[in-house]
Structures are given as C-alpha cells and as structure tokens.
Design a protein around this ligand. Sequence first.
Ligand SMILES: C[S@@+](CC[C@H](N)C(=O)[O-])C[C@H]1O[C@@H](n2cnc3c(N)ncnc32)[C@H](O)[C@@H]1O
Length: 386
Amino acid sequence: MGKWQRRACRPFAARLRKHLPKTILAWQIPRSYKRLRRNRCRDARLPLAPESQGLGTCECSGQCEMGSCLNAIMLVECGSKTCNFGGNAALCRNRQFVEAQAGKREHLIEVFWTGATKGYGLRTLVHIAKGQLVAEYMGEIALQSRISDWRYVMSLPQGLAIDASKAGGPARFINHSCEPNCVAQRWLVMGRWRVGIFAAREIPPSEEVTFSYTNGRGGSGQRVDPCRCGSALCTGRIGQPPRKSRSAREPGTEGTEVKAVARELLNDVCMDAKADAAETIHCDVLAVPDEDTEDETEMLSSLALSAQKTFLEQSDQSMHGAQCTEFCHSFYGSPPAWQHSPQQAKQLLEQQRIPGRTALEEGARLGIYLPSQLKIAYSEAQLLKQ
Ligand SMILES: C[S@@+](CC[C@H](N)C(=O)[O-])C[C@H]1O[C@@H](n2cnc3c(N)ncnc32)[C@H](O)[C@@H]1O
C-alpha cells in the first residue's frame, strides 16, 4: 500500500488530532447528554429520607419567605402537608425545586464554552439574588460503588450518588472554583433528597456560576485535576479546601495573621461541619489530607463544635420541642445531650440561613460562635506555629 493510500485509510479524526494543539476543544467534550427534568433511577431508587419523619408544618404567618420559613431554614421544601399554607403557590416562596422542575428557572442560566482549560461552564443570564436556587443538580441515582468517573457526580447519603455523566440537567456543566459564587445544598423535597445549586451572594448577569467541589463531591478513587479557576485563593487542585497563603508574612503582623488564619480555619470547619450537619451535601473536606493544616483543622473542628455546644448549654434550657430536637440532631449529627427552647432554636435557625462564610460571620457577630472560643482557637493556632 502506498503512502497516500495508507493516509486515506487513517480515520479523519486521528489525522486532524495530530495537527491540533493539546488543549480541550469544544468538540472533544461530549456536550450531549440526556436532558432530564427530574432525577431518574439507575442502580437504585432514591429512598425516603429518614429525616423527613415527623416534620411538622412551618409556622409562617402572612406568607412563607425563604429567610424566615422554618422549613426553608432546615433545607426542607414546603409541601402540601408541611406548609402552613398547604404549599399554596401564591403564599409560599419555599417552592424553588418544584418551580425549577416546572421549567420556571430555565431563563436564569445558559451553558457556554469557557475556554480550552475548563471546557463548558454555566453562566447567568439575569441578576440572581443571594439564596436563590440557580439550578437543580439532576442525574441518575446510582450506587457510589458503581461509579467510575466522578467528574459529574454529587454524593448522597446511604452510599448513593447523583450521576449526571450521561443524563442530567445544565447544572452538570458547573465548574469548580476555590472562590465560588454558589453553594451546593442537599434539600428534602417531598421526603426525598435533592441537590440544588444556590447563590451564595448576589450574582450579576453573564458571570460564570461556580461552586466548590469540596462541597458535595465524593469518591475515594476520585481523580484530582489541576484547578484553573483563576482565584487568588486557588489551591491549585480541584476539590481541595481553599486556604490562605501564609508565605508573604510581614514582620509585626504575625498576631493579626495567626488570628486571621484561626478565624479562617474556624469558619471553614464550622462551615464544613454545618454544611454536613445541616443536611446539606455530604462533605469530604476533612477526609482530604491537607498537608500542614490537617491537625489544625481537626482540632479547630472539635473546638468549633464544643463552642456551639457550650453556648447552647449555657442558654435557656427550659423546654424543647420536636423541631428543636430535630434541629440539634441535624445540626450536630448525633442525638443532642443538651436542650433549649423552640424559640431559641428558631432564632438560631434564622441566623443559619445559608451554610457559608457570611452566615457564619453573622453568627460570630451574634455570639453563636463564642468569641472566647475564637480566642482559644487563636492561641492554639499560635502554639502550633511555634
Ligand atoms: C462537572 S464537569 C464541569 C463541566 C465541564 N467543564 C464540561 O465541559 O463538561 C467537571 C470537569 O470540568 C473541568 N473543570 C471544572 N472546574 C475546573 C477548574 N476550576 N479548573 C480546571 N478544570 C475544571 C475538569 O475537567 C472537571 O473534571
């Protein structure tokens, strides 16, 4: 066979590839996937979440608002039996998943080509308010043990996951950022877990929608890709918890810096613990080896939790209701040994709207994260530095 005949036999794509630069090109990423309107079962049925047992109705008056509805605060979407208004669309705003499913949120976002390094992404088309559901993370309900490619996967409890690699919604295109504008949260909708990508701050039109893959992704065999998010806080690897650089340290600023680091860590671990306990997505952050901060993270994690426990113990211990116990249980991840009044639980819940740094800072300002514990965290961090 002559040279020209051999060339003609070589597949066209192989010949073309030889002349292309070694970056991701639009056609190399399968943009095609089966568009779903709701999660569908592959290996398993999404079970009724145990947390849905015994949920009462919210106590909203006037109308259900996302910031004050007890259900919304506990990441539960109002349904006909759990809403004071029977889930009436005119009076209840806590119906974002149902609305999204009905296609009422599709005008908010679009898939776009970000560039050769990250491939496709998702961006806003309109202004999005903080706390708004940007898109639901939909896909096939699969057993985590059967997942080989974790790129398009969101973990769920009970060894399950939402796999959007072959079928899902536009949220599958959301890229990772070490300084994200959204947060992934696991909600209870009609007794089943669903994952939503919520705005963690106001997002102007045309901004890329991102969340941190440390929040919700899982899988021990997960590949660690280099991160190209471009943020100043970038860790360099996708799915690593963001941390502050400690290199450029000016003399005389150590105290402030250690304090900042302690606060940062405390906030991070609180956020993780809370993200976990407040029934958002299972978060693998503490399981990820994080070089020198690993010990500090563990230590501060227990400090943060004990700070909250002390706070609750010292507070009003009069009576408690099912909702309060439910809250403590979901918040701390184990049956609470301390109790407080439903009013206080409600107050606390109101202050914990979106698990995230802003909410935590607000919590710190309001005294939920005791300043004394922050001081301890600070001195412990200082000791670690010596
Ligand atoms: C869920 S997909 C996101 C959509 C993907 N960009 C696409 O075009 O299909 C996750 C993959 O996107 C890429 N990616 C996401 N965030 C990235 C980032 N910050 N830097 C580099 N690549 C990123 C990685 O290849 C990652 O495995």
